[in-house]
Design a protein around this ligand. Sequence first.
Ligand SMILES: *Cc1c(COP(=O)(O)O)cnc(C)c1O
Length: 470
Amino acid sequence: MNWDEFGSWGRRVSDWAQDYHLTVGDRPVRAQTRPGDILNALPAAPPNTPEDMEEVFRDFEDIVMPGITHWQHPRFFAYFNSNAAAPSVLAEFLVSAIAPQCMLWQTSPAATELETRMMDWLRQSLDLPDGFAGVIQDSASSATLAAVLTMREKALNWTGNSAGLTGRAQLRVYCSDEVHTSVDRAIWVSGIGQDNLVRIPIKGDWRGMDPEALDAAIRADKAAGLTPAGVILCVGGTGTGATDPVDACLDVAARHGLFTHVDAAWAGSAMICPEFRHYWPGIERADSIVFNPHKWLGVQFDCSAHFLRTPQDLVRTLAIQPEYLKTHGHDGIINYSEWSVPLGRRFRALKIWFLLRAYGLEGLRNRLRNHIAWSVALHDQLAATPGFEIVTPPMWSLFTFRYVPGGTVDPDDLNLRLVNTINDDGRIYLTQTRVDGDLVIRFQAGQFETTEEDVMMAYDVITEIAAVLK
Ligand SMILES: *Cc1c(COP(=O)(O)O)cnc(C)c1O
């Protein structure tokens, strides 16, 4: 296939994409294939001679599409949504056509400068103070790793990268049990070690870290000759939306001079609405904050916004400048590859620009507010339905529940069967989590095209299937 044929295929692909998005609600949300189905339908060896695009495209529809779980389905209520609003998909199409590698300012000045501007637009959208500077990371996991490496270097007075960790007092990092597993992995990869990730007990409806227990843990570690390095907070944890008391925890961290990172990968998008900012009072004092515009905000995956109060600390931790990466003769330019672990960078700012301009903040706020209102309405209905109990209350659009009709012997088994049967049915898609050891079902709404009817259909499907479970 040559570029002179690209236009006709490109038109066909964009028509296909439009039709897909307009009709995806008719498909089962979760793929209904068995393990190996797709693998076995694929030839074991690569083709030796060119094949017709027509055949490739047909196999894409016949072999690949049945094995897709439809993340853009309006009744995808599992995990957290990973939205792909139409304007951001268009931007990605353009980016994949021009395919720049944006590691340095000079390898595409427009990518760097648009990124600077877009991160500042997002900063303003969240009402963070103008001292914060942002960078787009490929994932929240990468942002958290970069933050942990920064807290490690600061705690070691910038000698960890050169001298390693051997023969020093153990570094200690503090968080609750509700943080995402990306925190554990950042601790492993940074060499700090799981045993030095200190879990602080939680309390209250928000399932947030107890600041007094945090303070006590840091004091005990100091007394034992260990080296506290930083505190990782969550605002909108993955399981139940757990949210630490940001103000009080940042107070404790400041008292001990510790670096702080806030993981708001999902809930950060909601902070474009002023009425939700009470969930992170004092956030302007955090050192590092991550949220994923590729989740709730509608930017096509992947796009993670990482804000830093003192970006020099991050750059000091991660920048390497061999001669061939230097940009001579330009002062004051930013090379964003110095702000992240990977060197190569995609042009991700374009899709933020397209999205924000196509919807405006008000258009995005309306969507999020609807998702939350509809989710709360569903919560109210389930709470009033005999046999169902709410386990954790709505945090934004996320709540958890269980089905425990009278005489239930093994509620974990019943709820696991309920969620599996619902997902086999295909009309909606839910996932489970554990709360204080119990298996519970999560519900969250956040798909861009979801409607009130879609959310309310979840009530019908859940209660209808529960009623026939033995
Ligand atoms: C989704 C999520 C992550 C991980 O995000 P990636 O971008 O996939 O690395 C981390 N923390 C929280 C709270 C999340 O919801």
